[in-house]
Design a protein around this ligand. Structure first.
Ligand code: NAP
Ligand code: HSE
Length: 434
């Protein structure tokens, strides 16, 4: 058997510790599959003494990822530290400059620096592999970069953040609070080190930019993504959605339009009968619309130690087998400049929740303001909330027929000026998916 492939693993948290454990537990199988042993030979983390459930006593220890990448006796640098700048960025550059292949799960790094790192990798005749960076264990990078190469993609969309989907599912199923669900997602190792990236929609946006580049052959452009998180989603929205035949999901969408590529991440109400509505918990799903295949849907665990390590392992085993593919599927100099589309007037309606003073005439006034903005209402319902702070305040739920975001905002502004609102209005786009 050939000499071992020596890994330098930076970061021994949720993903890194799982990876190191799996390489010990399943090393024999991996060696059989690729014809050479895979070993972790050097590691780094912040705290050397932390118990991680793995034995690192026989491994080279580095206090600094950059030193590991630059000087470690390794064949592959595996970056599992996280963050778009600092140690992650500098260490990946150091490894590539040495000509080492890099494996990373770091979507923030790729969303910010993916194209320049891909160019550096190409100059150094090496590669960056990142199956774990999008949708956890789902092999969506391989699917786009390899299996779907002969297709032209018109749209790619789905649920790309396990933390948010886990939280929304538990809030819906068990009526748990937003905070309790987030704490649980953190405990389970799903959330980012800074969970604002999850709940604010930024993590899904990072992933979407990577998918966009692979699907449309364009350079990555994070600035162009419209981003809205789930922070404003309240249990009453989730309940109302269920009563109306919808579920709320954090949706990520990239599509070709006549004016360019549109990228957006935002909570959406989707029909309960749609395929994406069945995607629960930490599961992610990616739908791809193509010319040759029609639509396909890939679904699976989107976060967590083993799921993510599974994807990291697939990249490592590819490198061990000598497989090498251009980072974003084409030589980086062939990536097209990103052409931003105007965000299309939303096809579908809007869910609007207004907290209003419960006075005579408010209902009629709201309906009039909607009509003035040429918004046709599918329904308008006044709900009484149990335990509401004041009997004089009531939520009103409106569902609109197809309209534009500008019209909705204009109507809400007018209602607000009328002095009827006692709380912030909430608006969720309704996405008519199958
Ligand atoms: P994590 O649990 O927070 O682990 C991060 C690791 O990096 C820790 O071991 C930490 O050391 C180490 N570290 C942080 N800063 C360092 C520095 N300056 N120098 C040396 N070591 C440093 O993170 P994770 O969840 O494993 O995620 C790792 C990467 O995978 C991130 O890019 C994340 O976005 C991505 N990812 C995660 C998941 C998931 O489900 N968790 C899924 C897909 C992708 P200490 O342990 O000593 O603090
Ligand atoms: N924090 C991320 C998520 C990890 O919850 O989806 C997987 O990328």
């Amino acid at each position: 058997m050939s000499s071992p492939l020596k890994l330098g693993v930076a970061g021994l948290g949720t993903v890194g510790a799982s990876l190191a454990r799996l390489i010990v537990e399943k090393g024999g199988l991996f060696a059989e599959r690729v014809g050479r042993p895979i070993t972790v030979s050097a590691v780094t983390a912040r705290d050397r003494s932390k118990d991680r459930g793995i034995d690192i006593s026989g491994l080279q220890w580095f206090d600094d990822p950059v030193a590991l990448a630059a000087k470690g006796d390794i064949d592959v640098y595996v970056e599992l530290v996280g963050g778009s700048e600092g140690a992650a960025l500098e260490s990946v550059k150091a490894a590539l400059n040495r000509g080492l292949p890099v494996v990373t799960a770091n979507k923030a790094l790729l969303a910010h620096h993916g194209v320049s790192l891909a160019k550096l990798a190409a100059r150094k005749n090496t590669t960056i592999a990142f199956e774990a960076a999008v949708a956890g264990g789902i092999p969506v990078i391989k699917a786009l970069r390899e299996a779907l190469r002969g297709n032209t993609v018109s749209r790619i969309y789905g649920i790309l953040n396990g933390t948010c989907n886990y939280m929304l599912t538990r809030m819906e199923r068990e009526s748990l609070s937003f905070e309790a669900c987030l704490a649980e997602a953190q405990r389970l190792g799903y959330a980012e080190a800074d969970p604002t990236f999850d709940i604010g929609g930024f993590d899904a946006a990072h992933k979407l930019t990577i998918l966009t580049s692979l699907a449309f052959g364009s350079e990555i452009d994070l600035e162009s993504v419209f981003i809205e998180g789930i922070e404003q989603i309240a249990s009453e929205d989730i309940e109302a959605a269920a009563e109306l035949g919808f579920r709320i999901k954090l949706l990520a969408v990239a599509q070709r339009t006549e004016t360019g590529i549109e990228q957006r991440v935002h909570p959406a109400m989707i029909p309960s009968s749609s395929a994406l509505a069945q995607v629960d918990g930490v599961t992610n799903a990616v739908a791809v619309d193509t010319d040759l295949l029609g639509s396909i849907l890939l679904a699976g665990p989107g976060a967590g130690g083993n799921a993510t390590a599974s994807a990291v392992l697939s990249d490592i085993l590819d490198i061990a087998s000598g497989t090498r593919i251009a980072t974003f599927g084409v030589p980086p100099t062939n990536l097209q400049p990103y052409r931003k589309a105007r965000m299309r007037s939303h096809e579908g309606g809007y869910y609007i929740r207004l907290t209003v003073h419960d006075r005579v005439g408010v209902f009629a006034s709201i309906a009039r303001r909607m009509a003035e903005s040429a918004i046709s209402l599918e329904s308008i319902v006044q709900r009484k909330r149990a335990g509401h702070e004041s009997d004089e305040v009531a939520p009103v739920i409106l569902i609109t027929h197809e309209t534009t975001e500008a019209a909705v905002r204009k109507a809400i502004d007018a209602i607000s000026r009328d002095g009827h609102l006692s709380g912030e209005p909430r608006m969720i786009r309704i996405e008519p998916l199958d």
